[in-house]
Design a protein around this ligand. Structure first.
Ligand code: C2E
Ligand code: MG
Ligand code: MG
Length: 699
């Protein structure tokens, strides 16, 4: 500027049009440039404005009459205080000075300026100072934003709970965050510049290579199949994300963002395990069976192979469960599962459907191989089971269906194996049987049976038959057991052994039981009215029915309704129903108070403690037919029978032997001083009119 003014002065002397030119040049230089220009005169009292260009007036918020004012007069105090030290320095040092400053005009904005102060020196003194201030607000703000956004980004990465690695495209780790160190057990330094591949479990390396290639192509991906190795050597199941780092539309590297999901993976596996396994035995469950059956069907359809589905049901398990309690029942089921596992091979899988039902799915087999396998299952049960140092014999009934002959879908195969099994049960249990399609016609499936049974009462398809009980002492027949008969128009005669368990399972036994009691009571009344007095009729009561809270009340109501002598009604319960003696004894006592006769059916088969005999008000013991059947060939059974007779007598109870079919059996029982006998030898269960004509005598 110094030079410029002297230049202009020189020009002035040379050129008469100096004034005109000066105004043009000033216009151009000072008025139109965007920088602010202030020319200040230095004097003893400070610095006075002698020129301010357009931008200076505008941006510094000065009015046109600023000329002649000092800095302190023209500017707000704080602003003047910021500037004055710089001016004073130039005054003192006589050198050009540059500084940055922020100023806050009244608008509330903030401006950043970069100023150059140039002294104009004359005679060793600073006479003028020219201030040129450039508004750098935009640049400064941009820079600040950049710093802030970088800090923001750093904050995401540094404080992230996920491990973050920044990788070059060849997999070298350029940066990792603290979470990455926490995850892997290595420090940031130990991680830096190593290959990310070093941290990946060997089998998963190719998975990661794939991700890397795809990241390079610009794809962000996610995987659960890439495990990392912890510093201590164990593997971490990860949820890994790869995110390409794109700069100027070019992939320069990638971020790997990972989270340890080992725990969740383990939970997911546990959940899956639980969904497909039986909790009690750890065997596969019904859901698994259905799934595997469907898979096997698909496979064998293509291969034209056969496979076998074996259904197993434990004989009389319910009885055992009821008499020993569920905990003991569970223990037995576990032991059974153990024995089945012992014969498992690579061509078969074992399932527990629930309860005492097990299945085998046998692949790569035929009918003959399956029969051999079924025998193997049976042989696993020849040894007794021990529980709390007691010995129990358990046998299985086994039904088999073969794909594709006995069914082409899972449901049919299961249904048919069950029907074969059901047949085994009816024929005497403890054996195996293949499904034959002609069974279908004779056999009804259980669903069908249930639907029909529900309607049986209303349709009057149920009947009571009465089996005589012969008194060996008086040679008279005065008591009878009422036995249920169901003649279904659709299904024919169905034995109670088939439908009573179903009725028990479905709860239908309660209305059926009511019907039996009602009918038996009505029959006693009818016989009494006809002059047949002193008659006793026994009805069988299921445990479920017995445990109904209203049971004793409903008995009382029937006795009253038909005006019966209470002892003419006998209640037969099995040992199974006596399981919970705390609950049963009060019920039995109520019945005894009412005067009803109480008998224990199938005595000797219920695994019960003999203690309850002492505590319960029992009138009659019925020796189970299984003892009577072999009385003459099996010494043990003979001994048991005699013992029960003695036991009953010494406790003052009546003893009835069931299932007496031959004279020899009868003779044995007479010899053993048995009180009463019941069985085909003395009379089959008969409809009431035949009982009347054959056995009843008027009094
Ligand atoms: P249970 O109470 O032990 O009845 C005796 C069973 O033995 C009857 O079979 C009877 O017909 C049969 N029986 C009688 N004498 C002989 C014989 O000399 N030889 C052979 N082999 N069997 C003989 P049923 O009528 O088939 O009844 C079977 C079971 O069904 C009964 O066993 C009983 O537990 C149950 N049941 C029958 N009626 C009812 C009922 O009304 N309610 C309940 N809850 N259960 C019933
Ligand atoms: Mg009975
Ligand atoms: Mg019986």
């Amino acid at each position: 500027m110094n030079n410029l003014i002297s230049l202009l002065a020189t020009e002035n002397q040379k050129n008469s049009s100096y004034e005109k030119m000066k105004s043009i040049i000033f216009d151009i230089i000072f008025q139109h440039i965007q920088d602010m220009v202030f020319i200040m005169k230095a004097h003893s009292s400070g610095f006075t404005y002698i020129f301010v260009n357009e931008a200076g007036l505008r941006n510094a918020g000065l009015s046109a009459n600023v000329i002649g004012m000092t800095i302190q007069e023209a500017l707000p105090l704080h602003h003047a205080h910021l500037l004055l030290p710089h001016y004073n320095e130039v005054l003192k040092e006589k050198k050009t000075l540059a500084f940055s400053s922020e100023f806050f005009p009244d608008t509330g904005d903030i401006y950043f300026g970069e100023t150059i102060l140039t002294p104009i020196i004359d005679d060793q003194e600073v006479r003028y100072i020219i201030a040129v201030t450039r508004d750098v607000t935009e640049t400064v703000k941009e820079k600040q934003e950049l710093v802030e956004s970088e800090q923001r980004f750093r904050s995401i990465v540094e404080n992230n709970m996920d491990a973050i690695f920044s990788l070059s495209l060849d997999g070298q780790i350029l940066y990792s965050n603290p979470a990455a160190s926490k995850l892997t057990g290595f420090t940031e330094k130990q991680i830096a510049y190593r290959s990310f591949y070093d941290f990946i479990a060997d089998p998963d390396i190719s998975t990661f290579r794939d991700l890397l290639v795809k990241a390079e192509a610009g794809y962000a991906l996610e995987t659960m199949d890439c495990r990392l190795i912890h510093r201590k050597g164990f593997l971490l199941t990860m949820s890994l994300k790869t995110v390409p780092i794109v700069i100027d539309e070019e992939v320069k590297g990638l971020y790997v963002i990972g989270r340890d999901v080992t725990e969740q993976a383990r939970n997911a596996e546990t959940i899956k395990f639980m969904a497909f396994h039986d909790q009690l035995t750890g065997l596969l469950n019904r859901r698994a069976l259905l799934e595997h059956l469907n898979e096997e069907i698909q496979y064998c359809k293509k291969q034209r192979n056969e496979f076998a589905l074996i259904s197993i049901d434990l004989d009389r398990f319910k009885l055992l469960n009821d008499s020993l309690g569920h905990l003991a029942g569970d223990e037995i089921l576990k032991k059974v599962a153990g024995r089945l596992i012992d014969i498992q091979n690579q061509n078969c899988r074992i399932y527990r459907q629930g309860g005492d039902e097990f299945n085998f799915l046998l692949t790569k087999t035929n009918r003959k191989g399956t029969a051999l396998f079924a025998q193997k299952i049976l042989s696993q049960f020849t040894d007794s089971f021990y529980l709390n140092s007691n010995e129990y014999y358990i046998s299985p009934s086994i039904g088999i269906s073969i794909y594709p002959n006995d069914g082409r879908d899972a449901e049919t195969l299961i249904k048919n194996a069950d029907e074969a099994l059901y047949r085994v049960k009816r024929k005497g249990k403890a054996h195996y049987q293949f499904y034959r399609s002609e069974m279908n016609a004779v056999m009804t499936n259980i669903v069908n049976l249930e639907t029909n049974l529900r309607k049986a009462i209303d349709r009057e398809e149920l009947k009571l038959y009465f089996q005589p009980q012969f008194d060996l002492r008086t040679q008279e027949t005065k008591s009878f057991e009422a036995l249920l008969r169901w003649n279904s128009p659709e299904l024919g005669n169905i034995p109670p052994g088939d439908f009573i368990p179903l009725a028990e399972d479905t709860g239908l036994i309660v209305p059926i039981g009511h019907w039996v009691i009602e009918t038996a009571c009505r029959q006693i009344r009818e016989w009494n009215d006809k002059g047949y007095k002193d008659i006793r009729v026994a009805v069988n009561i299921s445990p479920k029915q017995f445990q109904q809270p209203s049971f004793t009340k409903s008995i009382q109501a029937r006795l009253e309704k038909y005006r019966l002598h209470p002892s003419s009604l006998e209640i037969e319960i099995t040992e199974g129903a006596m399981r919970d003696t705390k609950e049963t004894i009060p019920i039995l006592k109520r019945l005894r108070e009412m005067g009803v006769t109480i008998s224990i059916d199938d005595f000797g088969t219920g695994y019960s403690s003999l203690n309850y005999l002492k505590e319960s008000p029992i009138d009659v013991l019925k020796i189970d037919q299984s003892f009577v059947r072999d009385i003459l060939i099996n010494e043990k059974n003979a001994a048991i029978t005699s013992t029960i007779i003695h036991l009953g007598q010494s406790l003052g109870m009546e003893v009835i032997a069931e299932g007496v079919e031959t004279k020899q059996q009868a003779d044995f029982l007479i010899n053993a001083n048995c009180h009463k006998v019941q069985g085909y030898y003395y009379g089959k269960p008969l409809p009431e009119y035949e009982v009347e004509s054959k056995f009843l005598k008027k009094k």
